[in-house]
Design a protein. Structure first.
Length: 219
C-alpha cells in the first residue's frame, strides 16, 4: 500500500469520527484534501478492489475491517510521533502535524513500539486525541464542543481539532488543554461565546468554539 492510499484510509476514518456517522460522502473527502471529485472516485475504486473500503451508491463510503485496521495503525503512529516531537524536540502543537505525517509512513512496528514505551505509553496526543493501543480498540474522543454548552456552565478543555490556523489562534488567546472556563454568555444571534478564565475575559466565535471539546465540571 502506498502513502496516498494510507492517507485516504486514515482520512476516511477521521471523518467518520468527526462527523459521528458510519459513512461519508466522496465530496467530503474531496473537500478535506482539496482534490477533484473525479480523482477521489478513482482512488475509492482502487481501495474497494483491495477490500479496504465499501462503497454504496447514494449512501457513501465506509471502511472494511481491513481498512479500519490500517487506519488505526496509521493514527497510532501519527499520534505517538506527535508526542515525541512536542515533548522531546520542542515542536509547538501547531507545527507538529506535517512532520508526524511523514514519519508515520516510514516507521516500522518495532521502532514505533520502542518509541511508545520510551515516552511512557501516552494515552493522548498533544491535541487531546486518544492514542489507540495495540489491540486497535481506540477510546472514543471527547465530543462535547464548547459551542454546545450553556451560560453558567463550567467547562474543561480536553481536545482541539488539529488545524494549524486554529492552534495558532489559541496560542494568541493563551488557551491550552485542561484550561477551565466559566461560560458567561452564549450569544447565538451574533455567533459568539463569552468566557472567563481566572481573571481573563475571552470572546470566541461559535465557529471556533465548535472545534474545542471537553467536559462540563461542577466547580
Amino acid at each position: 500500500m502506498n502513502r496516498a492510499e494510507e492517507d485516504y484510509i486514515k482520512t476516511i476514518y477521521e471523518l467518520t469520527v468527526e462527523k459521528k456517522q458510519p459513512m461519508i460522502k466522496s465530496n467530503e473527502i474531496a473537500d478535506r484534501f482539496g482534490f477533484t471529485d473525479q480523482s477521489v472516485n478513482e482512488m475509492i475504486k482502487k481501495l474497494e478492489t483491495k477490500h479496504l473500503v465499501s462503497f454504496i451508491p447514494y449512501k457513501g463510503i465506509s471502511l472494511t475491517k481491513k481498512g479500519k485496521d490500517v487506519a488505526i495503525r496509521m493514527i497510532r503512529s501519527h499520534r505517538i510521533w506527535e508526542v515525541f516531537l512536542t515533548e522531546k524536540l520542542g515542536f509547538s502543537w501547531e507545527n507538529v502535524h506535517e512532520d508526524a505525517e511523514m514519519l508515520e509512513h516510514a516507521t516500522s512496528p518495532t521502532v514505533l513500539e520502542k518509541l511508545y514505551h520510551y515516552l511512557g505509553e501516552p494515552a493522548y496526543c498533544q491535541h487531546g486525541n486518544p492514542i489507540p493501543p495495540l489491540n486497535g480498540h481506540m477510546e472514543d474522543a471527547i465530543a462535547l464542543s464548547l459551542a454546545e454548552v450553556s451560560s453558567g456552565d463550567q467547562f474543561e478543555l480536553y481536545r482541539v481539532l488539529d488545524h494549524r490556523e486554529l492552534l495558532t489562534y489559541l496560542n494568541t488567546q493563551d488557551i491550552k488543554l485542561h484550561d477551565r472556563f466559566f461560560v458567561v454568555e452564549r450569544d447565538i444571534f451574533n455567533g459568539l461565546i463569552k468566557l472567563k478564565k481566572n481573571d481573563q475575559n475571552i470572546t470566541l466565535t461559535l465557529k471556533t468554539a465548535a472545534m474545542l471539546f471537553g467536559k462540563i465540571i461542577n466547580s
